[in-house]
Write a protein of this length. Sequence first.
Length: 279
Amino acid sequence: MALYLIGDVQGCDSSLGRLLDKIDFSPSRDRLVVLGDLVNRGPGSLAALRRLQALGDGVAQCLLGNHDLHLLAVAQGVRKPHRLDTLGDILAAPDREALLHWLRHRPMALREQGVLMVHAGVLPQWSADQALALAGEVQDVLRGPHWAEFFLHMYGNSPDQWDEALTGAARWRVIVNALTRLRLCTAQGRMEFESKESPGAGVPPGYMPWFDVPGRATAQDVVAFGHWSTLGWLGRPDVISLDTGCVWGGCLSAVRLGATAGERELIQVQCEQAQVPGQ
C-alpha cells in the first residue's frame, strides 16, 4: 500500500485524473491526501469534488484550503464570488448540499507516516501536536450547529500573531490564516499576507518563509504543504512543498511516501493553463 500526497488541484479535474492514472492509483491498494484547495479557478471544480468524495474517507483525505473555505462562505452568502471564481457548477449542482456537507467535514491538518500535513503553513511557536489541536478547534466549529456563523467572522488579517489568550472568532481567525494562508512571517510569528511571489523575488524586511524561521517548533518534523505556487516544488528533509501551479499551466504534483518520511518519489503531470497570472 502506498500513500500519495497531492498539491493544489484547484478544480483541474482532468489533470487530477491523469495524475492518478500516471501513478496507477488503486483505491483497493493505495491512499491519498490532497493538501487543500480542491476547487476554484480551474474548469472542473464540481468534477474534482465528486471524484474525491466518491473515493471515500478510507481512501482519500482532503485538507481544507483557503479556496475551499471560500466556496463554503460563498454558498452561505457571506462572500460574493470573485470574478475569477469557477464555483458556479458546484453552487448549481443537484447534489450541492451533500458536497458542501462533505467539504466542511474535511480536516484542517493531518499527521500520517510522520508527516504533518497542512494547506499553507505552521506558525513558528506551534509544535506539530499544537497545530493539530488548534486545527481541531476550527474543525469542531465547522462541523457544529453554528458553522454558518463562523464565516461571518473568519475573514481579516488581524490579529496577525498568535497569542494563547485569544478566544472565539479572533482565535479561530489566526488559526485559519496560519493553516490556509501563511507564506511569510517574522521570527516572532507575525504574519504577512500581501506577498505572493517566490522568496527569491524578495520579501519585506524582517519577514521570511515560515519554514525558514530559526528555531521553529516544528524544525524536527516533516511538514507537507501546498498553497504557494510561486515557490513550487521544494523537497527538503523537513519540508515538502507541493503546489506547482497546475491552474497556472504548471504541473500537478504528487509525492509517494515510503516506509520513512525521507523516502519520497515525485510524480508530476503537465497541466493546461486555466488562469493567467496578474489578471
